[in-house]
Design a protein around this ligand. Structure first.
Ligand code: ZN
Length: 397
């Protein structure tokens, strides 16, 4: 991966926050790094004798981020929230609201504490496909030691928010960090890079992604995409009955999008699909649109019953009841990948995210056994980031 930094563009930025927004757009503009609202960046600036940490707020896309998209928070307040023991994310968000340096401001990112805690001026967080393809395997520790070691210590999987920020600080403060450390690898989630100025922080992210690309290439796990025959012309016509059944389970009409490019078809025809497609998404954020696992075949009712069991077991019945159990991705050997969403945009996002998961799973399976975050952790991400409760209320009005 090459740096897209342009000195002339950087020099035209009126201040450091604008420069921070510029390099954030460089990350956000590459779908192999972040998709649809994923990832975030920050900068710490001195203001009136105090330090304010500007973290990209919730609701904006890194690809279009501007200076006004960053939430300004008093760093001393943020670090006080970070050291509080065992905090749930609802309490964390309430405490962070009290740290706002001024209002109005975008709602703080769920990853604010991680940005505030790491002692560098700039911090970047992405879900880079290459890093997930290299690391999302059952022997992640061995691969991590080979690719990163002390350059970017490994942080075991934790749910985003207070728990992940604490785990990052533990890894950063442990003996695994040295003066050579430029980031952290977040197991089954993504990575973090940091630096003391905007350019070096951005380019540290590029270095960490490049290491993963080089590892995959060296193991013949980069150019691995097979081509498949074209989709069967009858395939899309036979989907109507399944679409009706999915609408019934979802309790609302869903929009359908079909991905029948050679990569989708080749994946949907793999012999080992029952194993590799049932592990979970490459990063938990994808599950908000793709669900944890796809439906394979046409048996919507059995899928829904099993998905309900998984939601009940992971979240408890009260939270589970706020979500439907309909699939959002169907794998079909004749049609390819069939994606569903409550709107055309959501169906397109689900398809795009699953296409990235296909690339990641295919590459990971070429050098190891693909693995994802634990099922219960994915359920929590679906529930917490998805805003399903809010959507249900809106839909029922
Ligand atoms: Zn993330």
């Amino acid at each position: 991966m090459i740096s897209l930094w342009r000195s002339a563009v950087a020099a035209s930025c009126p201040d450091e926050l604008a420069l921070r927004a510029y390099s954030s757009r460089l990350l956000g503009g590459d779908p192999s790094l972040v998709l649809h609202g994923g990832g975030n960046t920050s900068i710490k600036l001195g203001e009136n004798g105090a330090t304010v940490v500007y973290v990209k707020g919730t609701g904006s896309d890194l690809a279009q981020v501007e200076a006004s998209s960053f939430t300004p928070l008093r760093l001393d307040g943020v670090t006080q929230v970070l050291v509080r023991p065992d905090m749930d994310n609802a309490a964390m968000m309430q405490a962070l609201d009290a740290c706002l340096a001024r209002r109005p401001a975008p709602r703080p990112s769920i990853e604010t504490l991680m940005h505030g805690g790491l002692p560098f001026r700039c911090v970047e967080h992405t879900h880079a496909d290459a890093v997930l393809a290299a690391m999302n395997v059952d022997d992640i520790e061995r691969v991590h030691a080979e690719v990163y070691g002390e350059r970017a210590p490994l942080v075991p999987y934790h749910h985003s928010g207070h728990a992940l920020a604490c785990a990052c600080m533990n890894a950063f403060n442990s003996h695994r960090r040295t003066r050579n450390t430029i980031g952290l690898i977040l197991a089954f989630h993504g990575l973090v890079a940091f630096g003391d100025d905007v350019r070096s922080s951005y380019e540290n992210m590029i270095e960490l992604v490049t290491r993963a690309e080089d590892y995959l290439r060296a193991r013949g796990a980069w150019d691995v995409f097979e081509t498949a025959h074209a989709a069967s012309p009858a395939a899309s016509q036979s989907l109507a009955a399944m679409h009706d059944e999915i609408n019934t389970v979802a309790g609302a009409p869903l929009v359908m999008q079909i991905g029948s490019d050679p990569q989708c078809l080749a994946f949907a025809r793999r012999d080992d699909l029952a194993d590799i497609a049932q592990q979970g998404p490459a990063t938990p954020q994808h599950a908000v649109y793709t669900r944890r696992v796809p439906l394979m075949g046409r048996d919507v009712q059995t899928y829904a019953a099993r998905y309900r069991e998984y939601l009940d077991a992971s979240l408890g019945k009260a939270a589970s009841r706020l979500m439907d159990a309909a699939p959002r991705i169907v794998l079909d050997p004749d049609a390819g990948v069939i994606a569903f969403g409550t709107t055309a945009r959501e169906a397109t996002m689900a398809l795009e995210m699953y296409q990235h998961d296909i690339a990641i799973i295919t590459r990971a399976s070429a050098h190891g056994r693909y693995r994802a975050a634990p099922a219960a952790a994915i359920a929590l991400a679906e529930f917490e980031y998805g805003g399903y409760a809010a959507k249900q209320k809106i839909n029922s009005k």
